[in-house]
Every structure is written in C-alpha cells, then in structure tokens.
Design a protein around this ligand. Sequence first.
Ligand SMILES: O=C(O)CCC(=O)C(=O)O
Ligand SMILES: [Fe+2]
Length: 369
Amino acid sequence: MVARGEEVISSILELTDGMEEIPSSHLVPSELRPTTKLDDWGPIPVIDMSLKDRNVLKKLVGDAARDWGVFQVINHNVSIPELLSVGEEVKLFFHRPCENKVKLELEPLKILDTEVYYTGDNTKEDLHSLYWAESLVCLWKSWSKITEKVTRSSDLIFPGGNEAFRSGTNEIVMGCRILTVEVLHLLAEYLGLEAGFFSDHCFPEGSSLFRWNYYPSCPRPNETLGAIAHTDPNLLTVLYQDEAGGLQVKKNDVWYGVQPMTEALIINIGDCLHIFSNAIFHSVVHQVLVNEKAHRLSLAAIYYLEQQTDMTAPDSLVTEKRPRMFKSLSAHDYWTMIFNERREHKFPKSLNGLEALRDFIRRPQEQTA
Ligand SMILES: O=C(O)CCC(=O)C(=O)O
Ligand SMILES: [Fe+2]
C-alpha cells in the first residue's frame, strides 16, 4: 500500500516514477534550500593513509579535523570493489516492490544485539536528517560476535541467503573498523594523548551501524534535499558516496561540494569528538543535494562511544586561550538530549547538535579551568 501525494509515502523511489512535481511533504522551506551547485567542489583535504611518515600523516589528519571536520582518505585498506558489489545488492533491495520493503519498516527485526530496519520516507523520522532518501540500516550494539551478527543481519534482509552481501558486508565492517581505529589513534596522538584515548571508548563495546542511503533522482532538485543540514551526533562517520555526488560541507558559512572519488572514503567528525576534544576538532555541518538524472547511493558507517563514556576533555586540552568549552556530560546524556531536541522540533529539526547543546556550553563566568 502506497498512498500518493499528501498522504503516507512508503517509498520515495516508487513515488518518483514519472513524477513531475514533488509532494508538499518533501518541499524544504526556501531558506534551507541549496544555494550552490552540486558540482561546486571545495578543496576538502584528501589524505593518503599509506604515508610512511607517521608525524606527517598525524599532522595532515589532525589539521583536517581541526580546520574542516571532514576529509577524504585514499589507500585506506577498505576494499572498494567489495563495497561496490555489496552496493549493487543493496540497490536490488531498494528496487524491490514497496510492500516487500515496508515489512522491514513496520517490523524492525531485532536479534542478538542486532537491529535491521528500513525507512522509506525519512521525513517521517524525527531522529535523523535524511529527507529525499530511503535507508536500510543494520545496527550492531557491540563488537562481540560481530561476524555472527553481520550474518544474521544479512539473513534478515535476504531471507533466501545472499553470499555477496553477507561476505562483502563482513569484509567492509572489518576494514572500516581498522580505518576508524587508525584515524582515532592519529587524532589522539595529534592532541598529545595516548593513541587509544578515543578508540578505547568506542571498541569493543560501543555500537556501530551501517546505513545505506538511496537518494532517488528528483524532478525538482532545487526544492528539496537528500539530507538537510546537520552534524552527526556520534563520534565519527566513515562515508562512501557514489559518483553521483551531492555531499556538501559547510566551512565559515560557505557550502562546498565533496568531489566523488571512486577510491576514497570520507571521514566526518561527529559531535562527540568535538566535545571530547574541547572543540579543537570540528563536528562538520553537512547536507546532501539530489539530482535530476541519477539515483545516488551512499553508505554511512557510524561509530558511537560507549554510553557511559564521560566526554569531559582532558585538562591538557584546556588553556587560557581555549578554556573548557562544555560542562561534563556522558555520551548517554548527549544522546538523550539530542533525541529529545529532535523529537520536539518537528521541522526544521534542530539538527546542528552543537546548537542543541546550549545548556551544556560553559558561560564565560564558569570558564575557569
Ligand atoms: O549520503 C551522504 O553523503 C551523507 C549521509 C549522512 O550525512 C548521514 O547518513 O548522516
Ligand atoms: Fe550525516
């Protein structure tokens, strides 16, 4: 059952078939619409992870996280051919009849610390920023028995079995984990901290999720967005975007496109790393533009801190020039706050996590170290 027009839409992809206008439910208010073209590429740093000189690599990664909050990495050891082949299977899922996909929407499947669900109309989701997009999510609540969990997720999505999806997902899960640990190590070392300072709070007990996002082509790309401007509320996101492009990041109030590179993965700094680093690293504001011609596929591998993690920045990151920016809060406090905030503000949602943090920002009179 898919009602069209003003009513419930359970699959944007089906809705777009032969459509010339977009439903009012998906119109983005004019002040939030795209202001630059999808291919206005910006000078987002591209970092070669195979660089042998660790000091140089550390500086490149740290400077990029500080100045941009986003960078692309190449030679990262995550198999892109494997990722592309899993992506093809995921597209087959998105192109299933709506009724079939919606089953996973109505009844998220939970088994062994694993959740699998589908969202066909992200505008109905209070909790995240995706808009003109459908998503397929696999959430794993810790890393123990991860291979088993990945297998179960695969069987939930493809009950008849799908070897390409299962083994490919396993390989990317492992590759992205290694990349994430490596980036977190470099970022900690850049700040003069123990290498495991961030990653030890993330692995092995933190949750992670893989969200495949499908952004169908859109007859009026200037009137909507694939994802509205937001920051990621987690620690760090590893992102793959296909050649359609559309990811934009904001720096000093200017939007820059992130140029698609077949071999690259994108690293986004999330709110928790911003808070934990006393705002030395920047949680990047980003959005996604859709286009008239091509559907777009992306994968967001999202890493969370363990819930009990106290995100108070270490004293060594507090100086006279850079006083302590946030009151003490745990990853769980932050989580609760951001979700309440998003639930309350239907639209435009309060999606810049750091604006939503206002009660946790220390006022000048409180800023004695
Ligand atoms: O699809 C993209 O490029 C970005 C997706 C995103 O921002 C997210 O999933 O949080
Ligand atoms: Fe995001």
